[in-house]
Write a protein that binds this ligand. Structure first.
Ligand SMILES: NC(=O)c1ccc[n+]([C@@H]2O[C@H](COP(=O)([O-])OP(=O)(O)OC[C@H]3O[C@@H](n4cnc5c(N)ncnc54)[C@H](OP(=O)(O)O)[C@@H]3O)[C@@H](O)[C@H]2O)c1
Length: 237
């Protein structure tokens, strides 16, 4: 179904984006991955092989995003999993840090959609990334929740404005990816165990779980404007 389709995955050097690249290649696609770190991109490319090309890109830099899409030309699908997120108490978080979250995760996806859309095939798609804290309020996630809600809203309106290009949003729950590599291992394991105990499926997510959601959105030509929650029943707990 993705045979010879060209898929751009910004954030494809790690976690959910990298797993999406692997699954897309297994379905016959060619992928272009992009992110900031040369080192991460190089390691990802070694795993992905000849069907992948890699470009350095910082989505917070509007001109870089515009130049990136001018360079790569026409393609079929855009996936934007790029984000660096953080949490913290509302009263004790610096305003600058709060704004940085919007810069990285909201404006990064906004620029990617804006400059990527003109190069996407009419039967192609855009997949943006929200997250469970937009739908299940959690202490310490006031700003990230707002960023994620903003991304979901942007994506649904873009489904109207960019049609017939389909635009969907994936909203992951707590997923075990390198995004938490800076946490101490014990603390991370305790966090995952505590979340798993509360979830309906009794485990945290894997990058593969969310990549499967992205692959579904890429392939199902009748789905647009959808927020696909992939979170083990977290919202219901
Ligand atoms: N993991 C979870 O529990 C979870 C929960 C809810 C939502 N999500 C969302 O799912 C998406 C993927 O997360 P993940 O867990 O796969 O994270 P990850 O493993 O940390 O991967 C994030 C990717 O984004 C890239 N990136 C970060 N900032 C960037 C920027 N400004 N420009 C270009 N690339 C940038 C990173 O590479 P470089 O460092 O090389 O730039 C990396 O490739 C994110 O939107 C995240 O917020 C994740």
């Amino acid at each position: 179904m993705l045979q010879n389709q060209k898929i751009v995955i910004i954030g494809g050097s790690s976690g959910i984006g990298l797993e999406t690249a692997k699954q897309a290649i297994a379905h016959g696609a060619e992928v272009i991955i992009a992110s900031r770190s040369e080192d991460k991109l190089q390691k990802a490319k070694e795993q992905l092989g000849a069907k992948a090309a890699a470009y350095t890109l910082d989505t917070t830099d509007e001109q870089q995003v515009q130049a990136f899409f001018e360079k790569i030309g026409k393609f079929d699908h855009l996936v934007v999993s790029a984000a660096e997120t953080s949490g913290g108490s509302f009263l004790h978080t610096d305003t600058a840090q709060a704004r940085q979250l919007f810069e990285n995760k909201f404006w990064g996806q906004y620029y990617a959609a804006k400059y990527g859309a003109p190069n996407i095939a009419a039967n192609g798609s855009i997949t943006l990334f929200s997250g469970v804290v937009a739908y299940k309020s959690m202490v310490g996630s006031s700003v990230l929740g707002a960023v994620n809600a903003a991304v979901s809203s942007l994506g649904q309106t873009l489904a109207l404005e960019l049609a017939p290009i389909r635009v969907n949003i994936v909203s992951p729950g707590i997923i075990d990816t390198p995004s938490r590599s800076k946490m101490a291992e014990d603390a991370r394991n305790d966090f995952y165990a505590a979340v798993a105990g509360k979830l309906l499926v009794k485990r945290v997510g894997k990058a593969e779980d969310v990549a499967q959601s992205v692959l579904y959105l890429l392939q199902n030509g009748f789905v647009t404007g959808t927020v696909l929650h992939t979170e083990g029943g977290h919202i219901l707990t």
